[in-house]
Design a protein around this ligand. Structure first.
Ligand code: FES
Ligand SMILES: [Fe+2]
Length: 447
């Protein structure tokens, strides 16, 4: 695909309908600190969104797998014998022990180390010691729980924990993303390295900074000299936002060069010196040679493409004030080691600047002094946009639970009980949960 690939587009011009409307406010700070809101976001947002995980090139052969944890959901991706990437909950169907224990590995047989059940790369139960003696035991009904997954034309792998029939198909959730990504040749890049940061801040504190570059002139001197900040533009496109910026081109100067062949002869009056000119780069841009193609992928991920490399970020919410950031960097095939290092240094400098902004901001959000602030309608419209998605999804889920009068967790699988007794006991548990341990209220239970 390389030859036909266009380079990332320059930032679009502001149009006349993009008026500077009066600024809107951020969501209230309580949404950045509340444990209840955090738990709610898990059901309302994270169990309903397509979550970027990795690039398919990391899986070379059948059986290659990578395991992850997202908001406590342990899962893994594996390349099947047919060459597909599939996602499964990392939960044995026997007694829930994790099937995969390493972060990465390769095996076409996945053996559980508790009682020895085994699964193949399609998640099918292939061995369950002594269960062949058990009448009516159906291995197919005890296969691993599969998670919806989607691999794009460019090899980006996404999952969606939504296990309901109302899930949003990938093409709808990220409509248009494929065309955007086609401006970059992912095949020309190879995995280089990963690193992780562990921060004391809410996942949205990071997204707030990620979704605008209003802060860049103040906070990112390095990024500032690599891209023309006055051209930086965030364009919301549904559940993703494209970030544009024009690259600062390498500075090239013509300098005179003396040609040694035409130097004066050593007895003083040889040929006349000839003037030759050559071009030299007086400054090379660590951000590369073409415009940025950066995409924020709601809710917590991003894929950012530069000419020397692209990198992805997975943002893992751990607690209201704790978030883990995982970066994977892929460099251009054949790029010299010193250039790889230069790019990684450039990136890490920007990331640590953002990280420090988040730590200090969160400390203040936690104190209950500040609640909301004005957002610039153009410079911070990416923030406005994604916070709007957060608000809408949380409100919609809340209304649905109110209407149905029960808790709804779209990621739930085990709730569909296969025996009526299990169903009854599940309901009993819900009643105990609702009424707590008050002995009087327990008396109302239908024992
Ligand atoms: S929990 Fe996996 S075999 Fe028993
Ligand atoms: Fe930043």
């Amino acid at each position: 695909m390389s030859a036909a690939v266009a380079k990332p587009a320059p930032p679009p011009q502001d149009t006349t309908d993009e008026k500077l409307l009066p600024g809107e406010h951020t969501l209230p700070a309580s949404w950045w600190t509340s444990q209840k809101v955090f738990d709610y976001e898990k059901k309302a947002i994270f169990a309903r969104s397509w979550l970027f995980v990795t690039h398919q090139q990391r899986f070379k052969k059948a059986g290659d797998y990578f395991s992850y944890s997202f908001m406590g959901w342990n899962f893994f991706l594996i390349k099947t014998k047919a060459g597909e990437i599939k996602a499964f909950h990392n939960v044995c169907r026997h007694r829930a022990y994790p099937v995969v224990r390493k972060q990465q590995g390769s095996s076409i047989v996945l053996g559980c180390k508790y009682h020895g059940w085994s699964y193949n790369t399609d998640g099918l139960l292939t061995k369950a010691p002594h269960f062949n003696e058990v009448e009516g035991f159906d291995p197919k009904a005890n296969s691993l729980f599969e998670i919806r997954s989607h691999t794009t034309k460019e090899g980006l792998v996404f999952i969606n924990f939504d296990n309901t029939d109302q899930y949003t198909p990938f093409e709808e959730f990220f409509a248009g993303l494929d065309q955007e990504m086609a401006e970059y040749d992912f095949d020309d890049y190879e995995y280089h390295m990963s690193y992780e940061l562990d921060g004391e801040f809410n996942w949205k504190t990071l997204m707030d900074g990620y979704q605008e570059c209003y802060h860049c002139p103040t906070a990112h001197p390095g990024l500032n000299s690599a891209f023309k900040m006055e051209t930086y533009k965030v364009v919301p496109k549904g559940n993703y936002c494209r970030h544009y910026a024009k690259i600062v081109e390498d500075e090239i100067e013509e300098v005179e060069e003396e040609d040694p062949d035409t130097e004066s002869s050593w007895f003083g009056f040889g040929k006349k010196k000839q003037e030759k000119k050559k071009t030299v780069k007086t400054r090379e841009n660590p951000g590369g040679t073409f415009n940025g193609l950066w995409c924020y992928l709601f809710p917590t991920n991003g894929v950012n493409c530069y000419s020397p490399a692209f990198y992805s970020i997975r943002v893992l919410p751990i607690a209201p004030s704790r978030t883990i950031l995982q970066y994977d960097i892929y460099t251009k095939k054949g790029l010299a080691e010193d250039k790889k290092k230069e790019f990684v240094d450039f990136l890490q400098q920007v990331e640590i600047e953002d990280f420090n902004l988040c730590v200090q901001t969160q400390k203040n959000l936690n104190q209950g002094i500040y609640s909301t602030g004005y957002l610039h309608p153009l410079k911070e419209r990416g923030v406005l946009h994604y916070q709007g998605l957060v608000k809408d999804m949380v409100k919609r889920h809340f209304e649905l639970e109110q209407k149905e009068g029960r808790e709804i967790n779209p990621a739930r699988i085990g709730g569909k009980q296969n025996s009526s007794e299990a169903q009854e006991l599940e309901e009993l548990c819900s009643k105990i949960e609702c009424q707590g341990s008050n002995p009087e209220s327990l008396g109302e239970l239908d024992w």
